[in-house]
Design a protein around this ligand. Structure first.
Ligand SMILES: Nc1ncnc2c1ncn2[C@@H]1O[C@H](COP(=O)(O)OP(=O)(O)OP(=O)(O)O)[C@@H](O)[C@H]1O
Ligand SMILES: [Mg+2]
Length: 327
């Protein structure tokens, strides 16, 4: 197991009061596995990814829980220790690549800076010129790996000269160049057209198989998860409410919320009209005592309004729902 998030709780302190963004998140990720993290907007996907990297904004705090990465609890690490892990062992690719490439430097410099600072093989070479030569060669190799056409030419360009898909590939190549164990992709392919999107996903799959990289793949798109992930975690109200094998969860969803998400999809193949989930996501300032899905759930029982259900395992899938706790 590479990553195990245990009972993670995060709060934000705002003018509206305390936002209970994560309320006990539990999931794990094996080596060489792609885990899909899905859930409506505001369910806590990005906060989970930021917490893992310890990049939460200053008004947020990890209240309790563990983030075990290769056996080390990241919650306990200070900023200096985290800096050794971030980028090198845990790399991130975001939805908006423009923000993460420096507009005033050529792509080449952005690679060289990263590799000279972090690549152990390049760092130990004595002459600066030699180090830069090695870094340039590695950058070309990485750009080729992400199927970038004419990598030598790309290195001489500025970010604004590249298309969105090309920028995303540059970020992927930068992320991969330090051989990370874990890649967190938060809506990383959402802004791309479908052809580029599938190319990027192919590259991720290649890395997973070739280098045993683990990927936390955050998306709204259950179809993408079905095609690319081994396991899925469904988030709601700052908790993972269903977690298990992707085929099992998507073909036989247990949690009424997961069922709702699937029913909201357009199914051209089956001539089924999508049905949206009634109501809205819970207010995380006034978090209900019971299941946060209670007010929207067609199957709600009295106890659902009173306590949050303990996890139950059904055919290898973990679910937090009183309907199953009863059986
Ligand atoms: N900087 C912030 N200040 C206050 N609250 C925040 C902040 N960032 C996130 N939150 C709260 O944390 C909750 C979870 O947000 P998060 O960004 O993780 O959602 P998400 O699942 O990534 O949604 P999306 O699908 O829209 O990206 C939200 O209810 C949001 O209000
Ligand atoms: Mg998000």
């Amino acid at each position: 197991m590479l990553l195990k998030v245990e009972n993670l709780k995060v709060e934000f302190y705002t003018y509206r009061g305390v936002v209970h963004a994560l309320n006990g998140v539990n999931f794990h990720l094996d080596k060489g596995e792609i885990l899909g993290l899905a859930g409506e907007t505001g369910s806590g996907k990005s906060v989970t990814s930021l917490a893992i990297q310890k990049l939460l904004p200053p008004n947020a705090k990890i209240i309790s829980g563990k983030i075990l990465f290769d056996g080390i609890d990241l919650v306990e690490l200070n900023e200096d220790e985290m800096r050794k892990i971030r980028g090198k062992r845990i790399a991130t690719i975001f939805q908006d690549p423009h923000t993460y490439l420096n507009p005033v430097f050529r792509i080449e410099k952005q690679f060289i800076d990263v590799l000279l600072a972090h690549d152990p093989d390049i760092k130990k070479v004595e002459l600066k010129k030699e180090r830069e030569k090695l870094a340039r060669a590695k950058a070309i190799e990485m750009l080729k790996m992400v199927s970038m056409p004419a990598p030598e030419r790309i290195l001489k360009m500025f970010p604004h000269e590249l298309s969105g898909g090309m920028k995303q590939r540059v970020l992927l190549a930068l992320a991969f160049s330090l051989n990370p164990d874990l890649i967190i992709a938060d809506e990383a392919t959402t802004a791309l057209d479908v052809t580029i999107q599938s190319q990027i996903l192919d590259i991720m799959e290649k890395l997973r198989r070739g280098k045993n990289v683990s990927i936390l793949f955050i998306t709204h798109d259950l179809g993408l998860i079905a095609e690319n992930c081994q396991r899925i975690a469904i988030m709601y109200g700052g908790r993972v409410v269903e977690f298990g094998d992707v085929k099992k969860v998507l073909t036989n969803p247990l949690h009424p919320y997961t069922q709702g998400l699937i029913n909201a999809l357009l199914r051209i193949d089956k001539d089924i009209k999508p049905v949206s989930i009634p109501g809205t996501v819970p207010d995380l300032v006034n978090l209900p005592l019971g299941c946060p899905f209670y007010s929207r759930c067609a199957y709600a029982l009295d106890e659902c309004n009173k306590s949050f259900p303990e996890p139950v395992i059904v055919d290898g899938v973990r679910v937090n729902c009183h309907l199953f706790a009863r059986k």
